[in-house]
Design a protein around this ligand. Structure first.
Ligand code: SF4
Length: 315
C-alpha cells in the first residue's frame, strides 16, 4: 500500500485521506481475531523509525493538492498499529505545518501507557481508542496482545490520556459472538468507556473477512443490549453503531427503504419511531417494515418490553 492513500469515505471522518505510516508486512502489538488484514506475523511492542517525517508531510501535501483539497481528515490508519512508529509525533506536527486539515489517528491503545506515545497522540485533533474488553482473559482472547503488555497499564494510560487530551476522543468496541459479548463483559466495557468520556463511542462488528473464520459478529439482540447499556452511561447521541453502512447517515433521502436502513445501521430504532418516520412518505409503514424484516434486511428485537428494529447482517 502507498504511504498516502484515498481519500476513502468514512462515516466517522467524512472524506478521509489515509496515511500508512507502518510499511507492510503488518506489524502490530495485537493479533485481533477479527483483524481484516489477517493474523499478525510480526507481533511487536518496539517503537521504530519507518519514514523520514518530512517525506510523510510532503506525500500528504502533494496528494491534497492533487485532489484539490477535498478532504475532511488526514488519518493515520496503517496496516498495523500506528503508534509503533517512533516518529509519529514529529510526522503529525510536520503534516500540520504544511496542510490545514484536521488530523486523526485510529490506535489500538496498547502503547498508551507510555509517556512518549501519549505525548505523540496529543498532536492529533481526533484520536480513536480501541476498547474491546474490560477483563484480562477476554482481552487476551479477542486482541491476542503481545505477551509483555498489561491491560491494567493500558487502561491507566487511557484514563490519563483522556483526562489531558483536548481534542476529540472517540472509542471503538468490536463485538464478537461468544468472545466479548456476554452481558457482564459488555457492562464492564461500557463502564470503562464511560470513564473516558468520549465524544462518541462506536460499537462495531466485523464487516470484512476476519483473521479467524470463527470470529463471528455478535447477534442483533446483543448489539441492541450493548447499545442500550452504553447509552445509559454516556447519554443519547453519544453511542453509534458501525455495522457496515458508511453512507449518508441521517441525511434523509426520498427513498423510505434506504432511509430506514441507514438509520437502523447507526442505532436501533424504536418501532414507533420507524412508523412515524415512514409515514411521512405516505406509504404504509407496517407493510414496509414487514417487508424489510421478512427479506432479512432488518431484525425486530425485543428489549425491556420495547421493540426495536436493527440492521441485520445475517440476512
Ligand atoms: S489492532 Fe488493528 S491492526 Fe492490529 S491486529 Fe487488531 S485489528 Fe489488526
Amino acid at each position: 500500500m502507498e504511504l498516502v492513500f484515498g481519500p476513502v469515505p468514512s462515516r466517522r471522518l467524512g472524506r478521509s485521506l489515509g496515511v500508512n505510516n507502518i510499511p507492510p508486512p503488518k506489524k502490530c502489538s495485537y493479533s485481533c481475531i477479527y483483524c481484516q488484514i489477517g493474523r499478525t506475523w510480526e507481533l511487536t511492542i518496539e517503537r521504530r523509525s519507518f519514514h523520514d517525517p518530512w517525506s510523510v508531510a510532503e506525500a500528504v501535501s502533494l496528494k491534497i493538492s492533487e485532489i484539490g483539497g477535498q478532504v475532511d481528515y488526514v488519518t493515520f490508519v496503517p496496516d498495523g498499529e500506528p503508534t509503533l512508529d517512533e516518529n509519529l509525533g514529529e510526522e503529525a506536527r510536520r503534516v500540520k505545518a504544511v496542510v490545514e486539515k484536521p488530523l486523526a489517528i485510529l490506535t489500538n491503545s496498547s502503547l498508551i501507557f507510555r509517556d512518549d506515545v501519549r505525548s505523540d497522540l496529543m498532536s492529533f485533533d481526533l484520536v480513536s481508542l480501541k476498547m474491546d474488553a474490560a477483563s484480562k482473559d477476554v482481552w487476551r482472547r479477542i486482541n491476542r496482545p503481545h505477551p509483555s503488555l498489561s491491560l491494567d497499564e493500558i487502561l491507566e494510560g487511557a484514563r490519563k490520556f483522556a483526562g489531558e487530551f483536548s481534542g476529540e476522543l472517540i472509542t471503538e468496541t468490536m463485538l464478537i459472538e461468544n468472545v466479548n459479548d456476554d452481558p457482564t463483559e459488555i457492562e464492564a466495557t461500557a463502564d470503562l468507556v464511560a470513564e473516558l468520556e468520549p465524544r462518541k463511542a462506536y460499537l462495531a462488528i466485523p464487516t470484512r473477512p476476519p483473521a479467524e473464520s470463527w470470529a463471528k459478529p455478535a447477534s442483533e439482540e446483543t448489539i441492541v443490549k450493548a447499545y442500550e447499556s452504553f447509552k445509559e452511561r454516556l447519554g443519547s447521541g453519544r453511542v453509534e453503531l458501525l455495522i457496515g453502512y458508511e453512507g449518508s447517515g441521517f441525511d434523509l433521502g426520498e427513498n423510505p427503504v434506504e432511509n430506514i436502513l441507514a438509520i437502523a445501521s447507526v442505532h436501533p430504532i424504536m418501532i414507533d419511531y420507524a412508523h412515524q418516520a415512514l409515514s411521512r412518505f405516505r406509504e404504509d409503514p407496517e407493510k414496509i417494515i414487514n417487508e424489510l424484516v421478512q427479506s432479512g434486511l432488518l431484525k425486530l428485537v425485543k428489549y425491556r418490553g420495547m421493540s426495536f428494529l436493527v440492521r441485520s447482517w445475517r440476512g
